[in-house]
Write a protein that binds this ligand. Structure first.
Ligand code: ZN
Length: 97
């Protein structure tokens, strides 16, 4: 227990705590098949995610960036993290790949 290796500086720099929990939730959503990309164009993405407490719509547009209808109103919510695993996008810079 004494000689515990210190985490790499790069990992520490990421302030991972809340983010990591959202990432785990995103993993669960993906594994459960809860993420459906409904439509994808060069300038937008529209997806639905069946979350624990409801079904949310989320997506990306070149004008607004990432958005989600869940109460957290946060681009870092688990729904968006899940969608972004499926549709990697340049955050506001150009269209998703
Ligand atoms: Zn959300």
């Amino acid at each position: 227990m004494n000689g515990h290796p210190t985490p790499a500086p790069a990992l520490l720099a990421r302030r991972a705590r809340p983010r990591a929990e959202q990432a785990l939730k995103a993993d669960r959503l993906l594994l459960a098949g809860a993420v459906r990309v409904q439509r994808r164009t060069p300038s937008s993405v529209f997806a639905t995610v069946q979350g624990d407490s409801g079904r949310y719509e989320c997506g990306w547009s070149d004008r607004t960036g990432w958005w989600c209808t869940c109460p957290s109103r946060d681009a870092g919510c688990s729904h968006l993290l899940a969608v972004r695993r499926v549709v990697p996008a340049g955050r506001g810079r150009g269209a998703p790949a």
